[in-house]
Ligand binder design. Structure first.
Ligand SMILES: O=C[C@H](O)[C@H](O)[C@H](O)COP(=O)(O)O
Length: 218
């Protein structure tokens, strides 16, 4: 199977975690898109979705899946999303598509986080993928200097404005041994909205697409 087929396989596999008649939390990116397409095949047995990005809202609506505001939802049994990297503790780096803040908010509300990923995303140590940090635009230079003090090499993601109107700094060169600590340290920098480490709120289940089939890690 090629990478696209692996993403489609995990997108379909995630349907097993969607209870009948629920509102589903939906992530962002090419793997989450495969889940949205799979979700369309069972749209008659769900109420609808809440989404972590405007892009996913558009894809959900194109399938005729009702989209709810998160503030109107008090029970979200499951959130399904991809990752840029995930380790065996199910901690992740996310935000390659600049949707990290809304993803973290929807994930915080959800009871279960189901990560769907092809096998290229599984790593022993997080940090080869540059860590995205969403930053209030006027704080960009200050935050960049603070990130250097933490040992990183931040790069401004040219031409990208998040759904929240902010910018992204991608932090290269981090060997992330204590993901919880680093997630908190970066979030404490004034001007940071949030960073793409999902260590405090990691995944509950990983559905990993491999050439031998979909493997489940919990
Ligand atoms: O901001 C984007 C998200 O965190 C995505 O879930 C992540 O970048 C993975 O995307 P993809 O499934 O396209 O590799």
């Amino acid at each position: 199977m090629n990478q696209d087929e692996l993403k489609q396989a995990v997108g379909r596999a995630a349907l097993d975690y969607v209870p009948d008649n629920c509102i589903v939390g939906v992530g962002t990116g090419s793997t989450a898109n495969c889940f949205i397409d799979a979700l369309a095949t069972i749209k008659g047995r769900i109420q609808g979705a809440v989404s972590s990005s405007e892009a996913s809202v558009a894809r959900l609506k194109s399938h005729g899946i009702p989209v709810f505001e998160l503030n109107a939802v008090d029970h979200l049994p499951v959130y399904v999303d991809g990752a840029d990297e995930i380790n065996r503790q199910l901690q992740m780096i996310k935000g390659g598509g600049a949707a990290l803040t809304r993803e973290k908010i929807v994930a915080a509300v959800a009871e279960q986080f189901i990560c769907i990923a092809d096998e290229s995303k599984l790593v022993d140590v997080l940090g080869k993928f540059p860590l995205p940090v969403e930053v209030i635009p006027m704080a960009r230079s200050y935050v960049a200097r603070q990130l250097v003090k933490l040992g990183g090499h931040p790069a401004y993601r040219e031409g990208v404005i998040t759904d929240n109107g902010n910018i992204i700094l991608d932090v290269h060169g981090l060997q992330i041994s204590e993901a919880n600590k680093l997630e908190s340290q970066i979030n404490e920098i004034v001007g940071v909205v949030t960073n793409g480490l999902f260590a405090h709120r990691r995944a509950d289940v990983l559905l990993l697409g491999t050439s031998k089939g979909v493997q489940t890690l919990k």
